[in-house]
Ligand binder design. Structure first.
Ligand SMILES: [Zn+2]
Ligand SMILES: [Zn+2]
Length: 285
């Protein structure tokens, strides 16, 4: 059985998020470690980390993951925004460290008004200055495959590899494969043959050992559309087949898989997270 997780709000505290995902039947969780649409956030309060860790132990939740703030752009050409982004991502790593969360997943950013090549180099340089400034923080960064809308970087495996290869700290990186993003970026995973070809390419370019997490989302928009709209499992352009292939893939049986599907409730008053989890489990052979 794969490790299934879900993104959960911390509005009821870090420990509250743990209890919610456990009650919904998950084994893993992804959270924002602060308000994801604000630049300045407080450090983690001392008691919060212990409550979070205790809640995970009690509920049997493993492999927690933090998603970085959407404001951060480590590829920015604007020096002021770049500086703010570097400071904010440094805080992301410090909060993860304080909470005892080993990995932070992030979107590489956008290099508007510059070449993609320069943008990727700037992301690597930004990471190096962050890692240089935090020698005692041992948190890994998962670069997420993105939809590649406009000037957003990270839509190809080669772009993610370029960031890792240009960094002085290649061992600090893993990759998070988002099914919605990869598909709209042009990676067809909807049939067995296409799926095999995509993960062969991933292995060739990045190495499957770098694949440390999945985001399992269906997509409203189609292959190559570069539009990022998540849909419930099996209800979008992907359908159930790619999820069947992933959850039964022996290579990924230790790789945590997090839902980032729309929240709210179904017409029957059930949590959509519960419904999507049930759909994934039903696909397991
Ligand atoms: Zn994602
Ligand atoms: Zn997305």
């Amino acid at each position: 059985m794969p490790y299934f997780g879900v993104h959960e709000s911390i509005s009821n505290g870090f420990d509250g998020a743990v209890r919610t995902v456990a009650a919904n039947g998950f084994q893993c969780l992804q959270i924002f470690s602060a308000n994801a649409s604000r630049w300045n956030n407080k450090a983690i309060e001392p008691g919060a980390a212990k409550k979070f860790q205790d809640a995970m132990t009690d509920a049997g939740i493993v492999m927690p993951l933090i998603h970085d703030s959407y404001l951060i752009n480590l590829a920015s050409v604007n020096p002021e925004l770049l500086e703010k982004s570097i400071a904010a991502f440094t805080e992301e790593l410090k909060r993860a460290h304080a909470l005892g969360v080993p990995k932070v997943v992030m979107h590489p950013g956008s290099a508007k008004d510059d070449t993609r090549e320069n943008g990727l180099a700037r992301v690597a340089k930004s990471f190096d200055s962050i890692f240089n400034a935090t020698p005692d923080v041992n948190v890994k960064v998962l670069l997420e495959t993105t939809a590649g809308q406009g000037s957003y970087l990270g839509a190809t495996f080669a772009e993610l590899e370029a960031i890792i290869a240009a960094s002085d700290y290649p061992d600090r990186f893993g990759v998070c494969f988002d099914t919605c993003h990869a598909f709209v970026a042009g990676y067809d995973i909807s049939t067995r043959d296409a799926y095999d070809a995509v993960f062969d390419e991933f292995d060739r370019v990045l190495g499957l050992d770098r694949l440390e997490a999945f985001h399992l989302n269906d997509t409203v928009k189609g292959l190559g559309s570069h539009l990022d709209r998540h849909a419930h499992i099996g209800e979008g352009a992907l359908g159930l087949e790619p999820f069947r292939l992933i959850v039964n893939d022996e290579r990924f049986k230790e790789t945590p898989m997090y839902l980032e599907t729309p929240k709210a409730q179904t017409e029957d008053g059930e949590s959509w997270d519960v419904v999507n989890l049930r759909r994934l489990k039903e696909l397991i052979a």
